[in-house]
Ligand binder design. Structure first.
Ligand code: G4P
Length: 533
């Protein structure tokens, strides 16, 4: 193996996703603890946007700032280099999460056994399905009175639209939770409330009929486990890595993150089956990670919180070759050479300047305004990575300038903030009216605040009666132009000058789709998910 092949084989880059409060932060921390990257619990707690802070957006921005440090956490475990990409759980930052999912090779999904599949989880899973990302599911909080595990598996299959396969199985739940049976190792991991230790209480049970099982968990639970396991073996196909890697089957683990329970099984299986750095599709060709020449893309940009410095941090995922410090790379969109003297990588709790990075790694680059999300760096080749689309926003407001003397500042500010991906900007003609689209109300407050404090521009947002924006295309340019002309101010243009239809309601959108068979309506800017009539 060449050096780069060795480095690629070592890397596991993944994201942890969940509905807020299911236990994502706790599990992340426990993975770091088991991986030896941190010594004490509580170390990554600060990356959490607390529920109590939802009305206090400055607090959220502050926490977002803190979360830069924990956006990517790298640790070494069993000769592997594991990169965890954190995703904001807060609904209003869902788009940040969607984009982070473009930079991972697999995902661990955390479910709360009491609440089951929640709204945010379904939407995140949609993105994973679209990208065929391999998913492992961790059913958390088994120490609480949750749902019957078979019902939960059915719910997972139905709502997440993916086949599941349990790899561990719980013995009882809630107050009577006794532990999990590992269906592969054929061993019993006995549960005890335990927030600090990471040792485990493992008993090998080669034969489920062994009286040792009754001794360990009691006759009734032993009987139930025997029945459950028989049912599982009968109903679910045997687990193999391939359908998991294709994104078709998700292995399921049960545990309790806060009690350090079930985490080791998860981590060990993850290391065994999760994919190393994968190839990436571009608009021209597929890029293999082993290619000699470097390529990578920016999937996240984070503003520096100090308003006096307008520099930002761009998060670059390395897709092929070796990224080197101080080397000139080709910024495809701007068609210019750029180089970085202080690129850094993210260890669990610190940032280190690095000299090189390999496919699968995420590099932090200081940026003074050169980058926007989706930007590609190469050694000269003209290409763009795909699968980094903008999604149709859900709330739309018109941006009104409140200080005519500062219109330049406002223009610059809104352009830069939307490059960062805080929100999407659309223009309506005539009059250059600016429409800002987001997935959450919070973003408007954030934008207003940042425009004023970072750019000295005052603005107001007026509500607009729009519920959906669809990118429109047609194979017949004349038909498209005619449609655009007819719809007048219901048509806006995104930052890349692509036309977008602004629909007042779902019903209105459906009518337009039905009545205009020559026009295609798309929910993402990459035009993959055409809306069905
Ligand atoms: P999130 O990042 O997905 O939003 O969730 P987080 O890890 O912060 O967990 C949400 C709450 O659930 C926390 O309680 C956490 O302690 C608790 N939790 C996590 N894992 C388990 C588990 O296995 N069992 C039980 N019973 N609870 C669990 P909190 O009260 O919000 O915070 P804290 O005061 O405990 O830190």
């Amino acid at each position: 193996m060449t050096k780069i092949e060795q480095e690629i084989a070592k890397r596991r880059t993944f994201g942890i996703i969940s509905h807020p409060d299911a236990g994502k932060t706790t599990l992340t921390e426990k993975l770091l603890l088991f991986g030896g990257a941190i010594q004490t619990a509580g170390a990554v707690k600060s990356n959490k946007i607390k529920k109590s802070a939802t009305s206090d957006f400055m607090e959220i921005e502050k926490q977002r700032g803190i979360s830069v440090a924990t956006s990517v956490m790298t640790f070494e475990y069993n000769d592997l280099k594991i990169n965890i990409l954190d995703t904001p759980g807060h609904k209003d930052f869902a788009e940040d999460t969607y984009r982070t999912l473009t930079a991972v090779d697999s995902v661990i999904l955390v479910i709360d056994c009491v609440k089951g599949v929640e709204e945010q989880t379904e939407r995140l899973m949609e993105v994973c399905r679209m990208r065929k990302t391999p998913v492992i599911i961790f059913v958390n909080k088994m120490d609480r009175e949750g749902q019957n595990p078979f019902d939960l598996l059915d719910e997972l299959e139905q709502k997440l639209m993916i086949k599941v396969r349990p790899l561990t199985w719980p013995i009882n739940i809630g107050q009577n939770f006794k532990g999990v049976y590992n269906l592969y190792d054929k061993s019993l991991n006995l549960f005890s409330v335990n927030k600090t230790r990471i040792e485990r209480d493992i008993v090998a049970i080669e034969d489920l009929n062994s009286p040792e099982l009754d001794k360990q968990v009691g006759e009734r639970d032993a009987h139930q486990l025997r029945e459950d396991v028989e049912l599982i073996e009968g109903v679910y196909d045997e687990f193999t890595a391939e359908p998991y890697l294709e994104g078709e089957v998700a292995p399921v683990f049960f545990g309790s993150a806060v009690n350090n329970f079930g985490v080791q099984e998860l981590l060990d299986t993850f290391c065994e089956i999760a994919p190393a750095t994968q190839e990436r599709q571009t608009d021209v060709r597929i890029i293999e990670p082993t290619e000699k020449k470097f390529s990578g893309f920016v999937f996240k940009i984070h503003a520096n919180l100090d308003p006096k410095h307008r520099d930002r941090i761009a998060f670059l995922r390395v897709c092929s070759g070796t990224f080197e410090r101080n080397k000139f790379y080709h910024h495809v969109r701007l068609d210019k050479g750029v180089r970085f003297s202080n690129p850094y990588n993210f260890m669990a709790q610190s940032k280190d300047v690095i000299d090189e990075a390999f496919p699968g790694d995420v590099v932090g680059l200081y940026d003074t305004g050169n980058f926007k999300i989706g930007d590609t760096l190469t050694e000269g080749e003209e290409l763009f990575f795909q699968g980094i689309p903008s999604f149709s926003p859900e709330i739309f407001k018109e941006l009104i300038n409140m200080d005519p003397l500062k219109s330049k500042q406002l223009e610059k500010g809104i352009q830069q903030l939307t490059d960062e991906g805080v929100a999407q900007l659309f223009m309506i003609q005539p009059g250059n009216r600016k429409v800002v689209g987001t997935v959450g109300e919070l973003q408007f407050e954030v934008i207003q605040y940042r425009l004023e404090h970072e750019y000295g521009a005052k603005c107001r947002f007026d509500n607009m009666p729009i519920s959906k924006a669809c990118w429109i295309t047609s194979e017949n340019p004349a038909k498209l132009n005619e449609y655009i002309r007819l719809k007048g101010t219901q048509i806006a243009y995104d930052k890349d000058e692509h036309p977008v239809f602004l629909a007042e309601s779902e019903w209105m959108l459906r009518m337009n789709i039905q009545n205009n068979p020559d026009i295609k309506f798309h929910l993402t800017s990459e035009f993959k998910l055409a809306v069905e009539a």
